[in-house]
Write a new protein. Structure first.
Lengths: 184, 184
DNA sequence: ACTTTTACCGACCGTTCGGTAGGTAAGTGT
DNA sequence: ACACTTACCTACCGAACGGTCGGTAAAAGT
């Protein structure tokens, strides 16, 4: 969906139906034929984004042939690819900070973030108890979103790269810790 | 400045000169008498925000009568107060994600974030080398901004509270580590 | 005293906003 | 064959947008 790109690039309020129509090759009224309001269109876009996100990023969490560290890195690197394309950042975070107070799309955004946390948590839980994995997954995502913020401000991908290194190193440390416990 | 509140609450694009004028008690043309364009007004607002931020939040970093842990906690709690008031979140982060790609205000936003990182770094550097303190300060702010994101989505202050606990606990651990090195 | 500047207003500009009305041309069902 | 639906268009709506205009009334300068 081209509309996704537009919203991702320019945010909700700074994207007009005119622009969205142009991006799809339709006229504005043609777009309104398919979606009754801008808000409805955005809701559809968000469902689509969640689906893409699940298929392209979160699916990595269940590639059980890879060891957890590599799965985590691969997952994060896929997300980084989405974020650095046209320096868009994270779609969910962009919209969340823009519309979070009014809460127009909070339910969808929340589930998007929670799906993500669950996927990361599933990876981490191989090296730590489920509740610790869940907490750490949430923390990792928070740190990542902050890194994306700095990336958007500075255009310096190093912030994202550093984060990935930190996350993977942390997981390795947790893995050593868990295996030493098993040994004991 | 009442304009700050408006931009903080509703973002840049979703705040019209009409609303800003109403918030200040002026008419629109009266507002244009003081600021030639919306962009210029926003730039002034950002300077003002930085100044307030420095005076109210970052100044805590140099209250040398408090131990570092308490200084960090006080600083973070002050920021939390700003963020939870009307559930606005972090002004810099809101505007950064909304306008970061076009880069209209990136310079000011960057210095705002870097001032912040410097203030936190100054606190941390009492327990660790300067370069490590700087890295850790940046990391803490990233994690904090992520926590604010989740707070905006869920309206649950616990995300911020948990972050503060983590940050202070981390610093305490670093303090013990540094004192054990000094003993050796 | 009088001139100039400052702060502000109501009214208005052209443009764009989200959204609608009415029409057309290509399928689709029967 | 003919009705009906679908997909899309041009043209338009009132409201709101960022921004400007000419004027006024109070303050400041001299």
């Amino acid at each position: 969906m081209r509309c996704w790109e537009e919203f991702h690039l320019n945010g909700y309020y700074n994207t007009s139906m005119q622009k969205l129509a142009a991006a799809t090759g339709l006229q504005k009224a043609g777009l309104y034929h398919h979606y009754p309001t801008k808000e409805d269109l955005m809701r559809r876009v968000m469902e689509f984004a969640q689906e893409q996100f699940r298929n392209y990023v979160l699916s990595v969490a269940t590639e059980l042939d890879l060891p957890p560290e590599q799965r985590l890195e691969k997952l994060l690197r896929r997300h980084k690819k989405l974020a650095t394309l046209h320096r868009r950042g994270c779609f969910f975070a962009n919209i969340a900070l823009e519309t979070g107070r009014e809460g127009l799309f909070n339910e969808a955004l929340k589930t998007g973030m929670m799906d993500w946390a669950d996927a990361v948590s599933r990876i981490l839980s191989e090296y730590m108890p489920a509740d610790a994995a869940q907490r750490e997954a949430l923390r990792l995502i928070m740190e990542y979103e902050g890194a994306v913020l700095f990336y958007k401000l500075t255009a310096d991908e190093q912030h994202l790269e550093d984060f990935i290194h930190r996350a993977v190193a942390n997981l390795k440390q947790a893995s050593e810790h868990s295996s030493s416990i098993k040994q004991a």
